[in-house]
Design a protein around this ligand. Sequence first.
Ligand SMILES: [Zn+2]
Ligand SMILES: [Zn+2]
Length: 145
Amino acid sequence: MRRQMVISSELAERLRQRGWRLTAQRRVVADVLVGDHVHLSAEAVHSAAQAVLPEISMATVYNTLNELVNMGEVLEISAGPGPKRYDPNTTVAHQHLLCTGCGALRDVAPEGADALTLPSDQRHGFQVVGLDIMFRGLCPACTGT
Ligand SMILES: [Zn+2]
Ligand SMILES: [Zn+2]
């Protein structure tokens, strides 16, 4: 059975409910991180934010992103050799499919991922809280199909 991916993009709403002070600058950063399959680099967040708020600085974008990551509202993804990416979809567990050609990153729900466990003799005393799976390949644009 194919699992339905339902990823809502309500970051700004979640932040409001948490009582996070939504200044204009924070609001813009939260807004550009909205949408399915959105995994922007800090640079891309900055350019998109500047379209709305021309005076927003790179430092503000970095500080806001770090704050959101520390709050657990945005995930930081290290995808290959490129810059870190920021993912607002923290409410639905998902994994990623990376194009090694252009860096496109898609959200996927691989079958069997829930059943994947780390045998106790390989936990090295760790309390395991999560796992990340990265599928790699080439997207249609990069294979020219
Ligand atoms: Zn590609
Ligand atoms: Zn994602």
